[in-house]
Design a protein around this ligand. Structure first.
Ligand SMILES: Nc1nc2c(c(=O)[nH]1)N[C@H]1C(S)=C(S)[C@@H](COP(=O)(O)O)O[C@H]1N2
Ligand SMILES: [Mo]
Length: 360
């Protein structure tokens, strides 16, 4: 395994402590499954250094049942499950929103996203073993080993999503043990939900009748209307970001690229929390006209992104390329970052626009 500092050097760094970084978009688009060392890292606190031999997961289930599981227990007491799914930060593409008006948080480009083959155990299998029944109006609250402003990281998901077959406690990513920055030895993977609900470095989980009261769950990752400010935000009124909305990005060419007149290939990704991508439109003139891209999607991976590509015939001059996707509910994306601007800069889903200069 490469060292953490070697891996950091591969990525575009937003912060060192906490460590936050994303890959260049061309590299992100190079493989459908993102290699672990090219996968964005979003951390709120320290990167815990955990010993897999002594690591234990405490599970507080229904009816007073408490399980204490080692990594060996997870691997041997439950069937192994593998899911190819996209993980995406709610702040992906925040930089575009920041161009409208100031927002808090790191200025992520379109690289706070990645897709991996996650292997572990189904959270539902473990919860059933802990005496939890399907269907009740309950929540699964996770607690992690990293410390965020003096408290352990914590978040929760509704029990229904915890019981869904796609939701895992993962110990491997693309067939290898998790890297330390991606949650070694065990993290949650909640496909279709914002990355914040997939806690890394798990320590404990509990079934309870209310969402986690950890500030990550209770205060952060809420969607507000555009007239709400940091001073007026009331977290009890903000919408909790769970399922991710429809989004798409151009990965190649990169912003400001110098191209040669004629046919140029444009490539990117499209993604929707829990719906299929049915169409991707690409424009070479800022959205005045559109061509349909070819789509590439892995079969049997409903929670993974769609790769797309199209050839545009570009004359000399300055052009604005744009992309918008359509999902299985026939919905598409807003045109401008202004349309959904919020002071936290979450869920920037407007048409992704890339200016290029074409000569010759
Ligand atoms: N324990 C813990 N889990 C966490 C986080 C964190 O800071 N601590 N960040 C969350 C957020 S906001 C995202 S987007 C994803 C990012 O996962 P990755 O760093 O493996 O890409 O992890 C989530 N799980
Ligand atoms: Mo995130």
């Amino acid at each position: 395994m490469s060292s953490l500092s070697e891996r950091k050097a591969r990525l575009i760094l937003h912060g060192d402590q906490p460590y936050n970084a994303e890959p260049p978009l061309g590299r992100l688009r190079a493989s459908y499954r993102t290699p672990a060392e090219d996968f964005y890292v979003r951390s709120h606190g320290d990167l815990p250094d955990l010993d897999p031999e002594t690591w234990r997961l405490t599970v507080e289930g229904g009816a007073g049942v408490t399980l204490e599981l080692s990594l060996h227990d997870l691997r041997t007491r439950f069937p192994e499950a593998t899911v190819t799914a996209t993980m995406q930060c709610a702040g992906n593409r925040r930089a575009d929103m920041r161009a409208v008006a100031p927002v808090s948080g790191d200025p992520w480009d379109a690289g706070a996203i990645g897709t991996a083959e996650w292997t572990g155990v189904r959270l539902g299998d473990l919860l059933r073993e802990a005496g939890v029944a399907d269907g009740a109006d309950l929540h699964v609250a996770f607690e992690s080993h990293d410390m965020v402003e003096g408290h352990p990281y914590g978040a929760s998901i509704p029990l229904g999503k915890a019981m869904a077959p796609e939701t895992l406690l993962a110990y491997a990513m693309n067939g290898e043990a998790l890297l330390p920055e991606h949650g070694f030895p065990v993290r949650a993977v909640v496909p279709g939900y914002a990355g914040v609900r997939s806690p890394k470095w798990l320590r404990r989980l509990a079934v309870q009748d209310h969402p986690s009261d950890n500030s990550i769950q209770a205060d952060d990752y809420k969607l507000y209307p555009s007239d709400v400010t940091a001073e007026t935000a009331d977290p009890t009124k903000g919408h909790t970001i769970d399922t991710m909305p429809l989004n798409a990005a151009i990965c190649e060419p990169e912003r400001g690229a110098a191209l040669t007149a004629g046919r140029n290939r444009v490539r990117g990704y499209a993604v929707s929390g829990d719906r299929a991508i049915v169409r991707v439109d690409v424009s070479g003139n800022g959205g005045r006209s559109w061509l349909q891209a070819d789509l590439e999607h892995e079969p049997d991976a409903p929670f993974a992104w769609t790769f797309w590509s199209v050839e545009l015939d570009l004359p000399s001059g300055e052009h604005e390329l744009a992309v918008r996707a359509w999902d299985a509910a026939s919905q598409t994306q807003p045109a401008l970052p202004d349309d959904t601007w919020n002071h936290k800069g979450y869920l920037c889903t407007c048409w992704h626009r890339v200016r290029v200069r074409v000569t010759g």
